[in-house]
Design a protein around this ligand. Sequence first.
Ligand code: IMP
Ligand code: MG
Length: 173
Amino acid sequence: MLEKELILTRSEIDRRVEELGREITRRYFGKDLVVVGVLKGAFVFLADLIRAIDLDIAVDFLQVASYGHGHVADGPIRIGKDIELAIGGKNVLIVEDILDTGHTLVKIRDFLADRRPRSIRSCVLIDKKERRQVDIVADYVGFVVEKGFLIGCGLDYGERYRHYPDVYSLTGL
Ligand code: IMP
Ligand code: MG
């Protein structure tokens, strides 16, 4: 039977997102910034985060094609939807829902870095340490969670639960 355990409450997430927004605002003050959300998971976190950033930003989205229910493992990246903005010479901030094995973020970073942005950094709502396979560190991390399959705040299980305001760990999968 599926059961869920509360991991992050909406108010904890709200507070942390405000802090991240302030840090990002300080770092990019007086500079251009293109925020690139990774669909679909990041759309909820991104919507909160950009409203906590007090800068003149541009927003775009990228979708990585996934293989069925699983996510991108090793092998070349397959882009489902590319960004539309030109990022050459711009500061880019990739926004992801969760860092798990790390393969997705490494590939997205390399894919966008080919276009010669001025800088490229990443912000993830959750850094899940347990299954990391590649050496990547996100520049901004909302929360570190050791393990578990998480849902809510954009995170899904078979496209369900993305709309939950809090984050839960699903057990009994
Ligand atoms: P990575 O390439 O293993 O880092 O995979 C990251 C992607 O896998 C995320 O963008 C999510 O779409 C998905 N993912 C990884 N862990 C979870 C989880 O706990 N819940 C929901 N989706 C997850
Ligand atoms: Mg995702």
